[in-house]
Write a protein that binds this ligand. Structure first.
Ligand code: PLP
Length: 465
């Protein structure tokens, strides 16, 4: 399988190369040159497969030429054995035609484990064969950091450095990063804010000379293609369980960077009968404005009860735009250059195509809390604030009668106890058993000043040989 850039000017890469690359050299994002497709008979036959077997069916064509099927199956078996539910991604019914797909049974209780548990193993597999070592660097304000650390903790060929703003992430989120033990895991608490951390990561990727020697720097944010690829699997898994391909299924997806829902779009392009993809956002509604007004522009960040969706730009949206504009890389390069200067508008044709599959809904904090309370009162089911946004959007979406809608439950409520309290639920969310002693575990992190040179010299001094 070959991968091409959305801006049309970077060389095409194979899977192994794309795994180790972040942004393309032309500033674009990598996408597959063509998609594998499945017939109705092939999709119907997926009902017999368990999660790791289904993952093999979906992922194998994307890594063809880089990883043999037997090795891939072994990696997938190991990856999804880390999840604390036999179904890996169980469906729960909330009402007639209303379902929740629980994606929080992985080690860090958010859906990011589906991709990052796999990414760490894929990287280690490829690096081992190339006799190469890499450095992962990332900044986090929430779920990505802990999922990346958990995903890489056993990787011999990776040193991982995760920067977080000192004293500014929630206790659960910090503990999930800093209590993971491993010589290759480095938590850096920077005396600055999240933007400072992210600026340091950006500067390091732009000038990698501080890492003199042969280690390359790898990104684990959702621009990494392998993360998207892993997320396609659960759309097939849920739809087939609910009667696809004989029935069309709709999905409601709590959305930030557009990575998770883009995987749903790919599933539909691969043959899965998807009735609709609902983009559910909080008050940071850049994508809701795209869908309702056809314009794309930054607005100031608003902090919400669903912090993992607090973004002002959705980077993966560029991958959808590439298709909406007939895969014309120069058109995308032009649009993105204009976007750097201000708000842009999309063509009627592009918006028509987007609206044929996608709709959107913006849910503020008050409506999020109301949905958490309503679902609790009606079903005694506790939603985390991100998933509650998805459920609210699913209920308000006007779908044809009889179409089941699946909301992706992206996090466990115990990650967000403050929001549960604010919603007035009369129960507290408990951490799952394997994390009950989280607050008693020793933490390991390094407090560093808000200076690039301090961070970079710490990294160089602490690389494993
Ligand atoms: C990352 C995250 C999201 C947003 O996912 P995107 O792929 O960025 O759209 C939603 N909910 C939770 C809990 C997350 O951690």
């Amino acid at each position: 399988m070959k991968y091409i850039s959305t801006r049309g000017q970077a060389p095409s890469l194979d899977f192994e190369q794309v795994l180790l690359t972040g942004l393309a050299a032309d500033g674009g994002l990598y996408v597959p040159e063509s998609l594998p497709t499945f017939s109705s008979e092939e999709i119907a036959a997926m009902a017999e497969l368990d999660y790791p077997q289904l993952a093999l069916r979906i992922i194998e064509p994307f890594v063809a030429g880089s990883i043999p099927a037997d090795d891939l199956q072994a990696i997938l078996d190991e990856t999804y054995a880390e999840f604390r539910h036999d179904a890996v991604a169980p469906l729960v019914q909330l009402a007639n035609n209303q379902w929740v797909l629980e994606l929080f049974h992985g080690p860090t209780l958010a859906f990011k484990d589906f991709a990052l548990q796999l990414l760490g193993r894929l990287l280690d597999y490829v690096l081992e064969r190339k006799h190469q070592k890499v450095v992962i660097m990332g900044a986090t304000s929430g779920d990505t950091g802990s999922a990346a650390i958990e995903g890489c903790k056993r990787c011999k060929n990776i040193d991982i450095f995760i920067l977080h703003p000192h004293g500014r992430v929630s206790d659960v989120q910090r503990k999930q990063m800093t209590t993971v033990v491993g010589d290759n895991i480095h938590n850096l608490a920077v005396q600055g804010n999240f933007d400072d951390c992210q600026a340091m990561v950006k500067a390091s990727f732009n000038d990698r000379s501080f890492l003199a020697g042969d280690r390359s720097l790898v990104a684990v944010n959702s621009i990494n293609w392998a993360r998207i690829m892993a997320q396609i699997v659960y759309y097939f898994y849920a739809a087939v369980a609910l009667g696809a391909p004989a029935r069309k299924i709709a999905f409601s997806v709590p959305t930030g960077n557009f990575g998770d829902i883009f995987a749903g779009y790919l599933a539909s392009q691969m043959g899965l009968p998807v009735e609709r993809l609902i983009i559910a956002t909080n008050r940071n509604d850049v994508l809701h404005r795209v869908m309702t007004q056809g314009s794309y522009g930054r607005q100031p960040l608003e902090h919400s009860l669903s912090p993992s969706m607090d973004i002002t730009v959705s980077s993966n949206f560029e991958r959808l735009l590439f298709d909406l504009y007939d895969r014309d890389g120069s058109a995308i390069a032009g649009l993105m250059a204009d976007f750097e200067k201000g708000e842009i508008s999309f063509s009627e044709q592009a918006m028509g195509r987007a609206r044929a599959l996608f709709s959107s809904q913006c849910v503020d904090d008050a409506a999020t809390c109301a949905q958490m309370a309503e679902t609790w009162e009606r079903c005694e089911y506790m939603l985390d604030p991100h998933s509650a946004i998805g459920v609210k959007a699913a209920i308000d979406a006007e779908l044809p009668a009889g179409v089941p809608v699946v909301t992706l439950a992206t996090a466990h409520p115990a990650k967000f106890p403050a929001a549960v309290k604010e919603a007035g639920l009369d129960d507290e969310p408990f951490l799952p058993h394997h994390l009950r002693d989280l607050f008693d575990r020793p933490e390991r992190f390094e407090v560093l000043p808000n200076e690039l040179s301090a961070v970079q010299s710490f990294m160089v001094d602490n690389l494993n040989s």
